[in-house]
Design a protein around this ligand. Structure first.
Ligand SMILES: Cc1cc2nc3c(=O)[nH]c(=O)nc-3n(C[C@H](O)[C@H](O)[C@H](O)COP(=O)(O)OP(=O)(O)OC[C@H]3O[C@@H](n4cnc5c(N)ncnc54)[C@H](O)[C@@H]3O)c2cc1C
Length: 159
């Protein structure tokens, strides 16, 4: 199982403001930082993680993508969130303390991760938005008792 680790406590919609850092150490990297709201984060075998590799550059050329095995030394699952919806999902907060990342785990080239993640988000965000609208609509219908089979959800309620 895999997971995508992008979001951080201070970096959500603005993916370019992530702070998790992958420092060069010889030909390899040392990873430090935190990721939150990571779906499958506590159970995935591998994470695809975005980290800053060149803080002197703007986001589009500062960030790289890495494959991180979940059993890496220094990777801690801080907690799994208790969600209002999607209760079957394991959505976790992760911490990375000096995790060794071999050069071979770099995906798509050094400082090339931001375009990879933007391409992914362009596809994912409309699908997530549609799913959340469905959950919100279903919750509203259940709470207000407005849903009748075969009827429009807007036609039978008083709110
Ligand atoms: C159940 C769940 C699963 C998730 N799974 C993953 C995952 O697997 N991997 C991962 O990396 N992340 C994951 N996320 C994180 C998700 O991508 C972020 O929640 C999302 O990017 C929004 O970031 P935020 O929560 O920090 O909100 P913020 O970015 O702080 O946004 C808060 C509100 O402000 C609005 N807003 C923000 N910026 C602007 C602006 N410039 N102009 C106008 N309005 C703005 C937003 O639309 C939103 O309504 C998950 C989140 C949830 C809830």
């Amino acid at each position: 199982m895999g997971a995508l680790a992008l979001t951080e406590p201070q970096a959500g919609s603005d993916a370019g403001s992530i702070k998790t850092r992958a420092r060069r150490e010889g030909r390899d990297f040392i990873l430090s930082g935190e990721k939150r709201f990571i779906t499958n984060g506590g159970v995935a075998d591998y994470l695809f993680l975005l980290a800053v590799t060149d803080p002197s550059k703007p986001a589009r050329s500062a960030i790289s993508g890495f494959v991180i095995p979940r059993n890496s030394k220094g990777l801690e699952v801080v907690k799994a969130y208790s969600l209002l919806g999607m209760r079957g999902a394991n959505v976790a907060h992760l911490r990375f303390r000096d995790v060794d990342v071999p050069r071979e785990n770099l995906v798509g080239g050094l400082n090339r991760g931001f375009s990879i993640i933007l391409d992914e988000l362009d596809r994912e965000r409309p699908a997530v938005a549609a799913g959340m609208m469905g959950i919100a609509r279903s919750s509203f219908e259940q709470a207000s008792g407005t849903h009748l089979p075969g009827s429009s959800w807007t036609s039978d309620q008083t709110l």
